[in-house]
Design a protein around this ligand. Structure first.
Ligand code: PRP
Length: 220
């Protein structure tokens, strides 16, 4: 049996992924050691390998087959637009991609004015404004602290992730429009899906069962 390799987006997503994997009997003890400088972690018994990567690199590893499976946010999947299969919504890391700004910017959106849009997600922003809203805008790519842009006058609005909304509130901004909901997704290399169909579909089925059980527990 060959190894199945997983690329996990670093940080909170990876922790939640490992927690859900544990529920279906997939563990990786090595990965829990906080002081380790190792990059690859192996579960010899189940013939699995795991590595942590920067979120935006996960779809790249999966498209090229360096990882068979990846776990990454829907935002990254949309922005990277790689040739990979998105097979499962893992349900955690829920948030929204939104157009945000000061209240006054609402009318600029309504009147489809030529405005500046700052974002870490130029592809998502472009698709939303050009293809969905048919509004011509100037997109400015930033790498973080996007909320600064309308405050310091770099742009009229931003396209960014909103989770609790507290960053917006504390900076006098708000959600003006919703682009799409987001959450963690499992992605699979297209060749691996065929070559390792049984193992991968069993994994998806087991994860689905856990997710459904979690859902029922939340409701009751
Ligand atoms: C993200 C996002 C918002 C914030 C939203 O930023 O870009 O700034 O979280 O969360 P909230 O609605 O709960 O306040 P992140 O912390 O990832 O850092 P960044 O600004 O460097 O992108």
């Amino acid at each position: 049996m060959r190894y199945l390799t997983f690329a996990l987006g670093k940080g909170r997503l990876a922790k939640q992924t490992l927690a859900i994997f544990e529920k279906i009997g997939i563990t990786c003890q090595e990965m829990k050691d906080k002081d380790t400088r190792k990059l690859i972690f192996v579960n010899e018994e189940l013939k699995l390998k795991f590595f942590l990567a920067k979120g935006p690199d996960v779809p790249t590893y999966v498209e090229y087959g360096a990882a068979d499976i990846g776990v990454v946010g829907k935002d990254t999947i949309l922005e990277e637009a790689r040739n990979i299969y998105e097979v499962l919504d893992l349900g955690f890391g829920r948030c929204r991609m939104c157009v945000c700004g000061p209240k006054e910017a609402q009318k600029l959106l309504q009147h489809r004015e030529l405005i500046r849009v700052a974002t870490k997600y130029p592809r998502i922003a472009k698709d939303y404004f050009y293809n969905k809203k048919h509004q011509t805008v100037e997109i400015i790519k930033l790498n973080g602290s996007i909320e600064l842009a309308p405050i310091v006058g770099l742009s009229e609005v931003i396209v960014d992730i909103v989770e609790t909304g507290s960053t917006l509130r504390e900076n006098g901004l708000g959600v003006l429009e919703e682009v799409c909901p987001l959450s963690a997704r499992m992605v699979v290399n297209q060749v691996s899906m065929k070559m390792e169909y049984d193992r991968i579909s069993r994994l998806i089925r087991d994860l689905k069962e856990v997710l459904e059980r979690n859902c029922k527990e939340e409701v009751s």
